[in-house]
Design a protein around this ligand. Structure first.
Ligand code: FMN
Length: 166
């Protein structure tokens, strides 16, 4: 039986737990800005539109990285593979260590992608939409590259998992 009442006290911890029931993949959003590699992990990636080709990520208003990342000419988005849980935590950790030991490619326009990822997107910022304590960043795609095989990293209930065929 469900017990869905209205006017509940929807505090952040409760919402985070509820949102975490919905499984997602995880992407790395990254760029080279002023000669520095910058980026973060995001599970809020969503495909949005085919024409024009758009995807979105939601970035917390308090992000220290986003103000620099948004200045990049182009941004790279990499869909993480199922063996990249540690890389994902690293990309959410101390800024100066986020790319340590992570094989990457940087395009001439500054988009940074992770070699071991499952899919790579070359993007520019299309629009930023204020949405509560996050900004919905719409990204326009200029290039896509992906191998035909491989499994994604899954983020679910605050932990990582893999897809299992049923
Ligand atoms: C699995 C996972 C998913 C995340 N998803 C998001 C996200 O969708 N949006 C976001 O702003 N931060 C997300 N983060 C947190 C960022 O990766 C990063 O830690 C945070 O932005 C703080 O770093 P910053 O101040 O350099 O931005 C996620 C972290 C992890 C580990």
């Amino acid at each position: 039986m469900t017990d869905l009442r209205t006017n509940q006290d929807l505090d952040a911890a409760r919402l985070r737990k509820a949102f975490g029931i919905f499984p997602t993949g995880v992407v790395a959003v990254a760029a080279e800005v002023d000669g520095e590699l910058i980026g973060l992990a995001a599970s809020s990636f969503t495909s949005v539109s085919l024409d024009p080709p758009l995807v979105s990520v939601s970035i917390a208003n308090g992000s220290k990285t986003w103000p620099d990342l948004r200045r990049a000419g182009h941004l790279g988005v990499t869909v993480l593979a199922d063996h990249q849980g540690t890389v994902c935590r690293q990309l959410a950790g101390p800024v100066e260590q986020r790319f340590d030991g992570v094989p990457i490619k940087a395009s001439d326009e500054g988009a940074v992608t992770l070699d071991e990822g499952l899919a790579h997107f070359d993007c520019t910022v299309y629009r930023e939409v204020e949405a509560g304590d996050h900004i919905i960043v719409l990204l326009e795609l200029h290039g896509v590259d992906h191998p035909e095989t491989g499994s994604p990293l899954i983020f679910h209930r605050s932990g990582f998992g893999k897809l299992v065929a049923v």
